[in-house]
Design a protein around this ligand. Structure first.
Ligand code: AMP
Length: 221
């Protein structure tokens, strides 16, 4: 299965992508994770992306195209994948189709995690992440056992720069202005699956899996 996972910042894309990848044996490609790793390593790519990521703006399409093309070529045709955070605008969606068709592949479904804005703000502003293993916590819904420390590796938790209030507002407005219109692109192709993503992590994961199963069984008929 080759999937695109879409949703506003705070909709749980990263968390759901990890669960889906594990359960379905898919390669998980998160452009946000790739950019944060590049920034942390101080690479040339990281330097190009740093300012935009930290300010909650989109990184230029050209920077993303290199990362995504390379990753898709490495994944190849044998494995399925889930794209988390890409595409984020119409040009990126068209680019993705072009690269996939060059590689003799295509997207099977584009899953949209649907979460109302009030939930998004709360999820983002109280999110904390382990600086070592990247495990995510929420100060109210899934707090760590020890204040500020990861349950799994004991390392310090941090707040992403772009999870601060003024950056959250910018990210949500970019999402509704630039990313949401792209959803219609997949709708027009008959690939869109919209899933209610409010609730417990495992319940949402189950909803996504059920809706994918339903969708693939209908496509096979
Ligand atoms: P995420 O982890 O998906 O929330 O992404 C974090 C940040 O990385 C975004 O706010 C953007 O600055 C950057 N980013 C990730 N994916 C893309 C993309 N497809 N296009 C442009 N910028 C991106």
């Amino acid at each position: 299965m080759r999937l695109v996972l879409m949703g506003a910042p705070g909709s749980g894309k990263g968390t759901q992508a990890k669960i889906l990848a594990q359960r379905e044996g898919l390669v998980h490609l998160s452009t946000g994770d790739a950019l944060r790793a590049a920034i942390a390593s101080g690479s040339e790519l990281g330097l190009k992306a740093k300012d935009a990521v930290e300010q909650g703006r989109l990184v230029s399409d050209e920077v993303l195209y290199g990362i995504v093309k390379n990753a898709l070529e490495n994944i190849g045709r044998e494995k399925g994948f889930i794209l988390d955070g890409f595409p984020r605008n119409l040009s990126q969606a068209e680019f993705l189709d072009g690269v996939l068709s060059e590689l003799g592949m295509g997207i099977d479904a584009a899953v949209l995690l649907d979460v109302p804005e009030t939930f998004l703000i709360k999820r983002l502003s109280e999110r904390r992440i382990c600086s070592q293993c990247s495990k995510e916590y929420h100060l109210e819904f899934s707090p760590p056992d020890l204040d500020g420390k990861c349950n799994d590796c004991g390392d310090e938790l941090y707040q992403r720069d772009d999870d601060r209030p003024e950056k959250i507002a910018r990210r949500l407005s970019i999402y509704s202005d630039v990313t949401l219109p792209m959803v219609d692109y997949y709708k027009g192709k008959g690939l869109l699956l919209s899933v209610d993503a409010v609730g417990e992590i495992n319940d949402v994961a189950q909803r996504v899996l059920d809706s994918l199963k339903n969708y693939t069984s209908k496509r096979q008929v």
